[in-house]
Design a protein around this ligand. Structure first.
Ligand SMILES: COCCOc1ccc2cc1OCC(=O)N(C)CCCNCc1c[nH]c3ncnc(c13)N2
Length: 279
């Protein structure tokens, strides 16, 4: 089979740690090599006490369970996990080009061709997730990694859920990417990921999300302004945004989740058709 290691009882002895890949709110990620197979991985280390203090135990278990069973070229592989007395270690596929967030900040904004390539890969990954009854619910540049060939890998399934039941809105993360039904705490379905795909496309070609408020004097005021803009879907496009891009974004950012363009129709939209090399 492929080089993915089979499920076994890992310990830290099985790995040699090379360097730090970044610090996050829940832990750190290191570049490591699994000794026996010489397999390069990303090792995420989290402290049990901190997980307990933040009450994210259930969420973490769900995340490991969901991501551990998924396998798709645009979804970051989760190979396994282990723990010692103080820490939990998650063994992940290594994304050689880091987080899309950092690339976007460096580039300010991408060309519409680059954005179309990323969106097409996201449509692939979301189609796979939704056909496995998984809603991600937290699609944003911070959670998207870049593989060796610049391909997107959705990571960090902290907020994903299996859709066996419609969830009561549990608020999560920054407001910018949340659809009206989630900021209003209403029931939501897989179309929340279609909304956040619209936000992502906008941010990739403009450089900031459509409903962001940066000038406000404090976070509460800026969140309240963003909240209102989301509910009123206050969309404004800079003049350099093509009409095809604006049209697709407008079809994804519909207030009513049922009115959003379904995943399979996105691939036939002129913005994607005109910007993707003949596949
Ligand atoms: C509960 O946790 C679920 C999994 O969350 C993550 C999985 C993989 C991650 C980052 C994850 O969360 C964010 C985080 O913990 N940071 C420390 C931010 C650092 C950014 N990554 C840097 C990075 C570079 N090449 C990579 N190849 C694979 N994974 C990476 C990275 N990071």
């Amino acid at each position: 089979g492929d080089k993915q290691p089979d499920i076994k009882h890992w310990t830290l002895e099985d790995f040699e740690v090379a360097r730090d890949l970044g610090k996050g709110n829940f832990g750190s990620v290191f570049l490591a090599r699994e000794k026996s197979r010489k397999l390069i991985v990303a090792l995420k280390v989290m402290y049990k006490q901190q997980i307990k203090d933040m009450g994210i135990q259930k969420q973490l278990e769900r995340e490991i369970n969901i991501q551990g069973h998924l396998r798709h070229p645009n979804i970051l592989g989760l190979y396994g996990y282990f723990h010692d007395d103080k820490r939990i270690f998650i063994i992940l596929e290594y994304a050689a080009n880091g987080a899309l967030y950092d690339e976007l900040r460096k580039r300010i904004r991408f060309t519409e061709e680059e954005a179309a390539k990323y969106i097409a890969q996201m449509v692939d990954a979301l189609g796979y997730l939704h056909s496995n009854q998984v809603i991600h619910r937290d699609i944003k540049p911070e959670n998207l990694m870049l593989g060796r060939n610049g391909e997107i890998k959705i990571g960090d399934f902290g907020w994903s859920v299996r859709t066996e039941r419609l969830k009561r809105g549990t608020l999560c993360g920054t407001l910018d990417y949340l659809p009206p039904e989630m900021v209003e705490g209403r029931v939501h379905d897989k179309n929340v990921d279609i909304w956040s795909l619209g936000i992502l496309l906008y941010e990739l070609i403009v450089g900031s999300p459509p409903f962001e408020e940066k000038q406000a004097e404090n976070d509460d005021v800026s969140s309240a302004i963003t909240y209102e803009r989301i509910r009123n879907v206050e969309l404004h496009f800079p003049k350099y945004v093509s009409k095809d891009a604006a049209d697709l974004i407008s079809k994804l950012l519909k207030y009513n989740s049922g009115d959003r363009l379904p995943l399979r129709n996105i691939m036939h939209h002129p913005f994607i058709v005109k910007n993707l090399p003949e596949t």
